[in-house]
Design a protein around this ligand. Structure first.
Ligand SMILES: [Zn+2]
Length: 385
């Protein structure tokens, strides 16, 4: 049977209307477990990531057996969780466009992808053309730091490469995404009464400002960016502040540059502190000097596919068969595909056609849902030859 658009629409709406904020993906996981077990007699495995992610479910691996024994599985990934405001979604359909009723996001990110996988599996089963097994990985907590993927039990995967359905855009594949470091800088000064003993204090806000003035921020080069996005500190106007905390991030498609830029930011703060000096001896007995504490942590590694990689070759062949031009693009953000690729599972990200994601204006059309499912089915068939 060909793709049934109204059946696909129904699956999509049903999925959107099941609440699944990050860490509370249990109900949508249960719904899919039931669906895949009943309709496909799928093998369903839940990993032990829940205690590490704080979710009420683990990640799910769904294996739908094919008739071609021993063939490598066709692997696709979507995430269960939806950004806030996400609870109580009521899907509105205007013609062929789906939106939320306005108070919540729609949840096409990433339920459009999940609905496409269900439709794809149904079509293959009805056609009797399920040769290679299908292997779907559904993750939790993608939207709160890729926690599901980071804690995923990779020993459960049989596939060697695959696709994440998790990008805006149609007929589009993301082939590279940057690595990112998150950093926190605590800038310590010395507290003092601002009116009575200002000479004994060191103003941590002024110190942080000096360091920030020298910082490389914004677009650093063609493949790297940096930002400080949060700054907090100080207690009252009559107290010289002794602590300011800044939080920021550095992103780069090149791991060496990522390390260099992160170090440069740390150096800027250290130099600013060194240039400030302790209060003069006339201010009384020494009470210490300004200092910083800098901590950087990798948020996600970079992802980069090469034109010769099997995943991209398959995509190109499928696009050719459908007479479509695919847009191969580079992302500025990280997703589960970064984590999968770092674990030796090269994963291209496909556009599902969703728009205005992470806002209450989020939408998707039925044409987009059908079009991407068609691409997936064609990729599957091409992979069988
Ligand atoms: Zn997403």
């Amino acid at each position: 049977m060909p793709i049934q658009p109204e059946r696909l629409a129904k699956t999509f709406v049903r999925l959107c209307e099941i609440d699944s904020p990050s860490r509370r993906e249990g109900p949508v996981a249960a719904f899919l477990k039931g669906l895949f077990a009943t309709e496909f007699r799928a093998e369903i495995l839940e990993d032990n990531s829940a205690p590490f992610t704080g979710s009420d479910t683990g990640n799910l691996v769904v294996r739908i057996p094919g008739r071609g024994g021993g063939l490598p599985p066709f692997f696709c990934n979507c995430h269960f969780d939806v950004v806030e405001p996400s609870c109580g979604v009521k899907v509105r359909r205007h013609g062929e466009t789906f939106t939320s009723a306005g108070a919540t996001v729609l949840g096409a990110d990433d339920k459009a992808g999940i609905a496409m996988l269900v439709e794809m599996a149904r079509c293959l089963k009805e056609d009797g053309r399920l040769q290679s097994p299908l292997e779907f990985i559904f993750t939790t907590c993608e939207e709160v730091g890729l926690l599901g993927a980071k804690n995923f039990d990779f020993s459960l995967v049989r596939a060697a490469s695959g696709y994440a359905l998790d990008s805006a855009g149609l007929d589009l594949a993301v082939v590279a995404a940057p690595a990112a470091n998150h950093f926190t800088v605590d800038v310590y000064g010395l507290a003092a009464h601002a009116g009575l003993h200002p000479e004994t204090g060191i103003n941590a806000i002024q110190l942080a400002a000096r360091a920030m003035a020298e910082l490389p921020l914004g677009r650093l080069d063609a493949e790297s960016t940096a930002n400080i996005g949060v700054i907090s500190g100080g207690k009252a106007t009559n107290i010289i502040p002794d602590l300011v905390t800044l939080e920021g991030e550095v992103r780069s498609h090149d791991h060496d540059k990522l390390a260099r830029y992160t170090q440069a930011i740390k150096n800027s703060f250290q130099q600013a502190v060194a240039g400030f000096g302790p209060p003069p001896p006339s201010a009384g007995p020494p009470r210490g000097a300004a200092r910083i504490r800098f901590a950087a942590q990798e948020q996600f590694p970079a992802m980069k596919l090469n034109p010769g990689d099997h995943v991209l070759q398959l995509l190109s062949k499928a696009a050719e068969q459908l007479h479509r031009r695919l847009d191969f693009t580079v992302a500025g953000g990280g997703s589960d595909a970064n984590i999968f690729s770092a674990h030796g599972l090269p994963t291209a990200i496909l556009g599902t056609g969703m728009t205005d994601v992470h806002t209450t204006d989020e939408s998707i059309t039925l044409t987009a849902l059908v079009r991407t499912t068609e691409l997936l089915l064609t990729m599957y068939h091409v992979s069988q030859n």
